[in-house]
Design a protein around this ligand. Sequence first.
Ligand code: SIN
Ligand code: CO
Length: 388
Amino acid sequence: MNPDIPLQLLGGLTAREFLRDYWQKKPLLIRQALPDYESPISADELAGLSLEEEVESRLVIEQGERPWELRRGPFNEDDFKALPERDWTLLVQAVDQFVPEVAELLQNFRFLPSWRIDDVMISFAAPGGSVGPHFDNYDVFLLQAQGQRRWKIGQMCDSDSPLLEHADLRILADFEQTDEWVLEPGDMLYLPPRVAHYGTAENDCLTYSVGFRAPSAAEVLTHFTDFLSQFLPEEERYSDAGIAPTADPHQIQRDSLDRLKALLTEHMGDERLLLTWFGQFMTEPRYPELVAGGELDEAEFFAGLKEGVVLVRNPSARLAWSEVDDDLLLFASGQSRLLPGNLRDLLKLICAADALHAENLSQWLADADGRKLLVELIKQGSLEFADE
Ligand code: SIN
Ligand code: CO
């Protein structure tokens, strides 16, 4: 997509301007980002999703059994009947994986890497409903989809910001308001990580949170070193051939630290392994059990394609690709595949196309590597048949 075209979604800013001036830096209120947006899912349907075993959902009740009571789903119909008239919120995670029309919303965010997107969480709030003043460590676009919500934003927070004593929710003890708006359907608020925010429903309202993910430095270090260590033989150790005689045997000298740093740098700087780990990590599905795959009759599959069989990405799968030297890497739901450079357009197609069929796959169906890749992705569960 052209980064220099003004976008309604960004209030007339181009993607380039938004990324330069706002992304990860400061909040942006966008009136009618998606003009008169109509929620493809109703409050009742959202509540219906929260009854399902595989769906992650929460209820926050301001005056529940204790202040800001948090309950975790799956819920049942009686849970909803017993709720008070007002001041509660139902939050349902990753609705994009269950409702294709909600996944379509993500097409609007193609100016950002798709592997940075976490999910679309949808909240329904009764009048007065809120999850309290808090901050998140992630970027979020808060799209108003039904009813009105009053958003207040405040100070930049961090892990030292005082919180209320609460077992389950991270509610800020102090909220220093800087701005306040009432959002109508179609309005959207972008918040960078750590900005305090406090949204309260003016009336029955649905809010979509397009949330992003970024691993913490601690996660990167622990997970990458774990990954790396699988490839390192036991005999590779700290070594000090050529060591100078010690003046004091109890002292750890500078040259020992330098040897250690060299050992770390050599492995930490392995770009191929770093990329492999990162791609695998960033494409790990939220619900791995929904990317199960299974056996496949290959002959039947290729014959079926000619008869009009259509493949789609499993909505729970995550895909990304990259290149290293002359090879390509495809990351699919936590796994990586090293592929020959001539498959580049096929990888792009698999990652981006709404559907794969005999027509857009035609040039690849004669290619042994291309055929093998399609088969593997179906068996792994990242691709599936459209009518399933
Ligand atoms: C909500 O939709 O109620 C909460 C979203 C958020 O504050 O992150
Ligand atoms: Co939040």
